[in-house]
Ligand binder design. Structure first.
Ligand SMILES: [Zn+2]
Length: 349
């Protein structure tokens, strides 16, 4: 039976996933490895590709005991660490890259990642935290966030875990269009941006498989946010362009292997859901900015549900990405008030 929802087909069903740390073969030599996450989103999907006597790992899991133990279980069943010949990391987020240095040491092999993702990872782990706190405090004051909430956020997001920082010498940097031969088949890197600086997905036309990372999730939308480190960036523009690129480049009958939730067929449809969803949010924002608003006020209008402080600030980063998008189109102007808050308003002609 083929499960279908909102135009996407789920060949393995919507309810089923393999038990944690028990690899499940989804296609010839391609295994689905589910690992636990201690968040509301409670799992991540990693992918293991058989390459003759060797193995290629795609993404690594979150730093900490739970994912390390899961890996130990894999290394005592399907493969041994010395058989791992490459580690591919889609992007720098901690659930994807958290165990990269641990695995790299254990397997003694290179990590393949794009240079911008590595640079951002390195920046986050080595930046001057005092300077970051000043920058973050200033931008949150402008956005209308009170001092106490802002300090809590800076504490939560400035923290760096105890994992060893991966060195550039242990990496091989790849970009869009890079090809790897794995298990006698060609896998091609397809880049995307907006959720992170230069995310690499992996596409095998022959097997009709697409390892989508966080660029192609079936039911949740990836976070597309403006962060303190790059307040004037326009990630939503990059994100929408990436969605259109995947619609053009990935064949419609491809099985998408996402980093969260279940494998699905229907990438073009899914990308259209996302494009339409953002268009709707932009329309809502245009209406709300007919009156001047801070980023926080615009956020509370955009996300009507009550969020805790950290989620509210993440939502504010997402709202800011929509504001920056409209600003780049010349539709919104901002002014910095005497109270130190920046307010945005729709340009009326
Ligand atoms: Zn991510």
């Amino acid at each position: 039976m083929l499960y279908e929802k909102r135009g996407l087909q789920y060949p393995f069903g919507l309810e089923w996933s393999p038990p944690e740390a028990v690899p499940h073969e989804v296609s010839d030599g391609v295994f689905w490895l589910r690992m636990p996450l201690p968040f509301q989103l409670d799992h991540i999907n990693l992918w293991l590709l058989r390459d003759g006597e060797h193995w290629v790992i795609v993404d690594t899991g979150l730093y900490g005991d739970a994912c390390e133990q899961a890996w130990e279980q894999v290394f005592s069943s399907l493969m041994r660490p010395e058989q791992v010949s490459r580690i591919l990391v889609t992007h720098h987020h901690p659930d994807h890259m958290g165990l990269a240095s641990w695995l790299q040491e254990k397997c003694a092999c290179q990590v393949h990642i794009s240079r911008p993702e590595f640079d951002f990872y390195y920046h986050l782990r080595t930046r001057d935290l005092d300077a970051y706190a000043v920058r973050a405090g200033q931008s949150m004051r402008e956005a209308g966030v009170d001092e106490k909430t802002s300090l809590g956020y800076i504490r939560a997001f400035g923290k760096v875990n105890k994992a060893k920082t991966l060195s550039a010498d242990d990496c091989e940097f790849l970009g869009d269009g890079a090809e790897l031969e794995i298990g006698g088949r060609h896998w091609r890197a397809v880049s995307g941006s907006g959720h992170s600086p230069y995310h690499l997905c992996w596409y095998c036309e022959e097997l009709k498989l697409f390892i989508g990372g966080d660029q192609a999730l079936p039911r949740i939308s990836s976070n597309v946010s403006v962060f303190v480190d790059s307040p004037d960036s326009n990630p939503l523009k990059s994100w929408l362009a990436s969605c259109e690129k995947l619609q053009r480049e990935i064949a419609p009958d491809t099985l998408v292997l996402p980093a969260h939730q279940e494998p699905f067929v229907g990438i073009g449809t899914r990308m259209q859901h996302l494009i339409d969803g953002h268009a709707k949010q932009l329309d809502g924002l245009r209406k709300s900015l007919q009156e001047p608003k801070t980023a926080l006020q615009a956020c509370d209008k955009m996300f009507r549900v009550k969020l805790d402080d950290v989620d509210r600030l993440l939502a504010m980063g997402e709202t800011q990405s929509h504001i920056n998008y409209l600003q780049a189109l010349g539709e919104v102007k901002d002014t910095l008030g005497e109270d130190g808050m920046r307010r945005y308003k729709l340009v009326t002609v």
